[in-house]
Ligand binder design. Structure first.
Ligand code: G3H
Ligand code: 13P
Ligand code: ZN
Length: 339
């Protein structure tokens, strides 16, 4: 089946009461790991690419790799999503390339660092929604800012999402999904110890969901940073500092309270790096990239399959017929005419 609208994936997830992992990719092996995990667990899935990923793959490799993915795995509904679009032009170029969903992250200015005003955020997000919905493409917006700057994205300042503003933001922009800031951050170093309710404010999700029961919520920075993966990287010569992520039970609590999209990148990076380091240490004579990329891909596949089971998307690949983007754009037009 062709790439599917993310809105449809999330609507189905809401109806079924489960969450869908959105996994970042930068190369063929990561795409293959996700698709194999999706087949193994019969999961619909969101594959997402950041601006950095688009630069790294030069767009065209990414696009054709994704075409291979849908051709080789016809039974899997897959949405291709732009992660953290920094300005409308970035979202529009992704839509032109064929992405079925985009994130307009107007919580930060176009530099991806400076926290933006509410008015700026509404204006750029609304502009993207108008362009995207006319083409049947889904839009995710973000209100509030995550902590952390280690991947070059983010202000380093945490601004938790204000539930009242969230209602206004969704009404004014017409977004399909809302990324909320509840105390997580990108990267491996989210918390200095296992998080409690003071640093990871799941209560905020419950409050936002109560006010916006029909909006799909998105949790960024949702890697769990498994201790065994950190230990493995360090065992084989890595130098990661002590690191804690978001426990699966907290994500599952979120899923019971309107979270439908869960962003995971760091855990895949850790799985890949641990496997490669192990080969380098145990077989220093190795120099065929296949000798270390094969176990790296397998490690990421195992991690993703675990997440798919944990988020509840496993077993749902065959539940529905995909709608075309034309059908989605007609739905958006009909809903707008009714409003
Ligand atoms: O938002 C962060 C994602 O993990 C993507 O990271 O910008 O380094 O590709 P990246
Ligand atoms: P992690 O760094 O926790 O994997 O978060 C990824 C993310 O939010 C991508 O947008
Ligand atoms: Zn993110």
């Amino acid at each position: 089946m062709p790439l599917v609208s993310m809105r449809q994936l999330l609507d189905e997830a809401a109806a079924g009461g489960y969450g869908v992992g959105a996994f970042n990719v930068n190369n063929m092996e990561q795409i293959q790991a996700i698709m194999e995990a999706a087949r193994e667990t019969r999961s619909p899935v969101i594959v997402q690419a950041s601006r950095g990923a688009r630069r790294y793959t030069n767009d065209l490799f990414l696009w054709h790799l994704m075409q291979a993915a849908v051709e080789l795995y016809p039974e899997i509904p897959v949405a291709l999503h732009l992660d953290h679009g920094n300005e409308p032009a970035t979202c529009i170029s992704a839509i032109e390339l064929g992405f079925t969903s985009v994130m307009m992250d107007g919580s930060l200015e176009a530099d991806g660092k400076t926290p933006a005003s509410f008015e700026y955020n509404v204006a750029v997000t609304k502009e993207v929604v108008e362009h995207a919905h006319a083409r049947g493409v889904t839009v995710e917006g973000e209100l509030g800012t995550l902590g952390g700057v280690e991947d070059g994205h983010g202000s380093g300042e945490v601004h938790l999402t204000d539930p009242d503003q969230a209602v206004e933001f969704v009404e004014e922009t017409g977004i399909d999904a809302l990324a909320v800031a509840i105390g997580t951050s990108h990267g491996a170093y989210k918390f200095s110890q296992p998080p409690d309710g003071e640093v990871l404010k799941m209560s905020l999700i419950q409050e936002i969901h109560r006010r916006l029961p029909d909006t799909h919520l998105v949790m960024h920075g949702s890697s769990s940073v498994p201790q065994e993966l950190v230990a493995k990287v360090n065992e084989f010569g890595g130098a990661l500092k002590p690191a804690w992520g978001v426990p699966l039970e907290e994500i599952q609590l979120g899923i019971r309270n309107g979270v439908r999209k869960i962003n995971v990148d760091t855990d895949s990076r850790l799985a890949i790096t641990g496997a490669i380091r192990q080969v380098f240490v145990e077989s220093p004579e190795t120099f065929d990239p296949r000798d270390y990329l094969t176990p790296a891909r397998a490690a990421m596949q195992a991690l993703i399959a675990q997440r798919m089971e944990g988020f509840g998307q496993a077993g749902h690949a065959g539940d529905y017929e995909p709608l075309s983007l034309e059908e989605m754009s007609e739905r958006y037009a009909t809903a707008a005419a009714r409003a």
